[in-house]
Design a protein around this ligand. Structure first.
Ligand SMILES: [Mg+2]
Length: 171
């Protein structure tokens, strides 16, 4: 059960995930979370660094789809300037948005990584869906209300993993 919460990898920032590295792994597509993964949850638009990250992925022919539990307004305003396909109100960790994104990209689950800042939604959903999962450190410490409850549970799981030596970064 707990192993479904364990990411395959963890990095500090989404910017640490390079297209060259993904290509080496045989990866052709990325499913990424938005809030606190690409930008802080209360920042509307992509930063220049994130915009550049999307461009680099495109240069390497790696498709990127944003899937977010947030609403249409938030997700479309962020994604459309990047010309990135997106799924809003995704209800992660449920599987359907992940499946839809994979189908839209025309890729198999083995060719896709799932990136996100939350164990309870991104990592759990990605793992159950059979994707390679990469956990990032949340950009901002504070969250919306529902996320706060998830974070409480998550902190316990992370502490447990840290004790077991499964996760090595510092808070
Ligand atoms: Mg998030």
């Amino acid at each position: 059960m707990l192993k479904n919460f364990l990411p395959n990898e963890h990095v500090k920032s989404v910017l640490d995930i390079t297209p060259a590295k993904l290509k080496d792994m045989g990866i052709k597509g990325v499913i990424t979370d938005l809030d606190n993964t690409l930008v802080a949850w209360d920042v509307m638009d992509a930063t220049p660094e994130v915009t550049e990250w999307f461009k680099e992925m495109k240069d390497y022919n790696i498709k990127v789809t944003i899937i977010s539990n947030n609403d249409r307004e938030r997700v479309s305003v962020f994604s459309e300037p990047l010309e990135a396909p997106y799924v809003y109100s995704a209800r992660k960790p449920l599987n359907h948005a992940f499946k839809r994104a994979a189908k839209q990209m025309g890729l198999k689950k083995e060719e896709i990584v799932v990136i996100g800042d939350q164990l309870m939604t991104d990592v759990l959903g990605g793992n159950v869906g059979g994707f390679h999962t990469i956990l990032v450190v949340p950009i901002k410490k504070t969250d919306g209300k529902i996320t706060r409850i998830n974070r409480m549970i998550e902190r316990r799981i992370l502490n447990w993993m840290r004790r077991k030596g499964m996760i090595t970064w510092e808070d």
